[in-house]
Design a binder for this molecule. Structure first.
Ligand code: FE2
Length: 298
């Protein structure tokens, strides 16, 4: 018997009564899937799952992606992206260290952007009894619903460009600025041209319809949106920034404080997320991410 406890006003729920090390019946899985799409973010506490169990559970939602950052995949499990601040013996990052600096949805820059991501917390940083490294989520369906009618009309039919190259350049600039200020040092992999070329820019509607719930949401974000199609640069940037500011208003958000053993799923069609870098080594953070392929945004 599973129970679903909603936490945020618009987004976020805890699912209890599930042991993900055990086989799940189709009926239980359907209940979980319904809770997931209803709540946009759901999590299970105290799960002791292996990478293989995470892969097997999440692929019931669809095809798993293998991230373009090959060097950050978990050895032996190419569907798992390691998200971590840990370094190997050579001092290199073992995974994506900087994932989620800006508000985004995962793989929104792909022709078939992600349906959902699942993040499993292996180790979480704790300082003086307080867990650090929370993740913020915001509901882009609730944000869309709350827009004034005139803005809904303005956005209807407009497209935006989602660009992984734009994101990488923005991220590297932010890292350099932080390093110059002495805030935080990150030794990030530099992607090759071949890797960047494998994810060309895509155009997607700003207002998209969820493939499952059919709700409308805002599919635009500060990390990946490099331009608004058909608008001059300054006007496009201003519109993007205005929509992005609206989307992350506190009332649309849920902030997750992690515990080791959490498996949390978020909907990449109806939610954005952002990391909080309020920890650093020797505080350790190790997470495993799986990402399910979605369909072309319409
Ligand atoms: Fe992400």
């Amino acid at each position: 018997m599973i129970t679903v406890n909603r936490i945020g006003k618009h987004i976020g729920a805890e699912i209890k009564g599930v042991d993900l090390t055990q086989p799940l019946s189709d009926e239980t899985f359907e209940q979980i899937a319904k809770a997931f799409f209803d709540n946009e973010v759901v999590f299970f506490r105290n799960q002791k799952i292996t990478p293989e169990q995470q892969v097997n559970f999440t692929k019931r939602f669809g095809i798993l992606e293998q991230h373009v950052r090959k060097e950050s995949r978990l050895p032996g499990h190419p569907e798992i992206l390691v998200v971590s601040n840990l370094l190997n013996e050579q001092g290199k990052a073992i995974g994506a260290q900087d994932a989620g600096r800006f508000w985004h949805s995962d793989l929104s820059y792909k022709k078939e952007p992600s349906l959902l991501s699942a993040l499993y917390a292996v180790e979480v940083p704790v300082k003086d009894g307080k867990v650090l490294g929370d993740t913020n989520f915001t509901s882009t369906t609730a944000a869309y619903d709350a827009l004034p009618e005139a803005m809904k009309q303005r956005l209807q039919g407009l497209k935006n460009v989602h660009s992984y190259r734009y994101y990488r350049e923005k991220n590297i600039r932010a890292q350099k600025e932080e390093q110059a200020r002495g805030v935080r040092t990150v030794q990030e992999h530099v992607l090759t041209e071949e890797q960047l070329n494998s994810v060309p820019d895509v155009e997607a509607p700003i207002v998209r319809t969820h493939p499952v719930t059919k709700r409308k949401s805002l599919f635009i974000n500060e990390a990946h949106t490099s331009a608004i199609v058909g608008l001059p640069r300054a006007e496009g940037d201003a519109l993007r920034d205005e929509i992005c500011r609206h989307t992350i208003k506190p009332e649309f958000q849920y902030r997750h404080s992690w515990q080791a053993g959490d498996l949390l799923l978020w909907d990449n069609c109806s939610a954005l997320h952002k990391a909080n870098f309020d920890y650093d080594l020797p505080l350790r953070r190790l997470m495993y991410r799986t990402t399910v392929r979605g369909s072309v945004a319409v």
